[in-house]
Design a protein around this ligand. Structure first.
Ligand SMILES: [Zn+2]
Ligand SMILES: [Zn+2]
Length: 431
């Protein structure tokens, strides 16, 4: 449910801040006016009955602090519809005793043991799980590609997000009159009462979402359709936004454009757009991502080099820097070494992931005779490196010896940015 289906405050002609005394006074006044016993004309009496039920219902909710809070928060309450099957209460009852006359308890249909309480919202527990709660956040995602070098250097990007915007001709109602029609199936409640037989002489009643209006309580007035949007209430549009990727950007950042996205005709507001980033061009560097922020470099190495204290040159790290690493120990096939802080920027703690180098021995493809094998084993892979001074010398760490103290904080991931406490929520762009 997006909205309270009935505005109990409006029914009692009071404002949302009304005190309990004001509620009681309003109810008594309206009860006097609309009590069915006071109306003789059959038509008027019928209207009065409806009105009386409505105000009694409103009073039963608003005069109960718990139900009022629930109604304010969720729009529906336990015991929504009072039971008048035993007749309407006398006005003297209303003025004497403000407890709910005729509310709750067993119903007036002898022989039918009702389950879940007559008139009660038997399905209330399920209401929260029906997916229509006002708490459901409307959001949409938009993916933006970032080249891996762009997160190191920073950049500005202008993005175009396709959205379904509100139709200005009909204010999102789908009708020229700019008004919605009350759903006749559920009488505007958004839910219907379903009575089910659950056994011989046993029935249960449950509130179920109204499928006609999809719990909105209103439907598009088809007699007066908006031609601009074909009664959809929305029009395809584009949101253009400039976003700034700062230097050493954490690509796992989720940017949020508050209430700028698709117009939701159910909720009457625009969705939050979450911009998420996808890194590209890693293959240009022969790199893969591991553990969100680590970069993995698979390196084929000749056996001679692995055993003779070799220097690895990395001329194209995505940061734009050049690095060299001297092997100070014997490297076995499959060994792994890492370099601190040469991974991806992890903005959360101002640090970087690591560069992980995996060594793979190059083996001969076929069995060799002694002479060929000697040559093969002696084969070096001398890199032809000019300007060796341009390379920043970095230390290789052995994971078996050195504690990995630079592991990126994995507790931060996409799912966590949905946290409600705002601590690690997505970065918000002012729109
Ligand atoms: Zn409906
Ligand atoms: Zn329209």
């Amino acid at each position: 449910m997006s909205q309270p289906k009935k505005d109990y405050y409006a029914i009692l002609e009071i404002n949302k801040e009304a005190s309990q005394e004001e509620i009681t006074a309003a109810y008594r006044q309206l009860a006097k006016k609309w009590h069915p016993d006071r109306h003789k004309d059959p038509e008027k009496k019928k209207l009065a009955e409806e009105k009386f039920k409505e105000i009694t219902e409103a009073n039963s909710i608003l005069s109960d602090e718990n139900k009022r809070r629930q109604y304010d928060d969720f729009g529906l309450c336990d015991g929504e519809t009072p039971d008048f099957s035993q007749g309407f209460p006398d006005l003297s009852e209303i003025f004497g005793n403000m407890g709910m006359p005729g509310m709750g308890g067993m119903g007036g249909m002898p022989g039918f043991p009702f389950m879940g309480g007559m008139g009660g919202m038997g399905g209330m527990g399920g209401m929260h799980g029906m997916g229509g709660s006002r708490e459901v956040k409307i959001q949409q995602e938009f993916k933006v590609k970032l080249k891996v070098e762009e997160i190191f250097t920073g950049c500005e990007k202008t993005i175009e997000i396709p959205i379904e915007d509100i139709c200005n001709d009909c204010d999102g109602t789908g009708s020229k009159s700019k008004k919605k029609k009350t759903c006749t199936d559920c009488k505007g409640k958004g839910v219907k009462l379903m009575v089910r037989q659950i056994g011989p002489g046993m029935i249960s009643q449950q509130t179920v979402p109204c499928s006609t209006c999809e719990q909105k309580g209103t439907v598009v007035d088809k007699t007066n359709p908006c031609t601009n949007c074909a009664s959809k209430g929305t029009k395809s549009s584009k949101l253009t936004k400039k976003i700034t990727i700062k230097k050493n950007f954490d690509y796992q950042t989720k940017m949020c454009l508050r209430e700028s996205g698709n117009y939701d005709t159910n909720h009457g507001k625009k969705a939050d757009i979450y911009i998420i980033f996808k890194l590209t061009d890693l293959e240009n560097y022969n790199l893969k991502i591991s553990n969100d922020y680590d970069l993995v470099y698979d390196l084929d190495i000749k056996i001679w080099d692995a055993l003779s204290g070799y220097t690895i040159y990395l001329p194209n790290h995505p940061s734009g820097n050049k690095y060299s690493f001297k092997l100070g120990e014997i490297i076995k096939d499959g060994d792994v070494r890492f370099v601190k802080k040469l991974g991806l920027p992890n903005d959360d703690n101002g640090s970087f992931g690591k560069l992980i180098i995996k060594f793979n021995y190059v083996y001969p493809k076929t069995i060799m005779d002694n002479e060929n094998l000697k040559n093969f084993l002696r084969d070096k892979d001398e890199p032809k490196i000019q300007n060796k001074n341009d390379f920043i010398k970095e230390k290789l760490c052995n994971p078996e010896i050195e504690m990995d103290d630079h592991r990126p904080n994995n507790s931060r991931n996409f799912r966590n940015s949905h946290r409600e406490d705002g601590e690690s929520g997505p970065e918000c762009i002012q729109s």
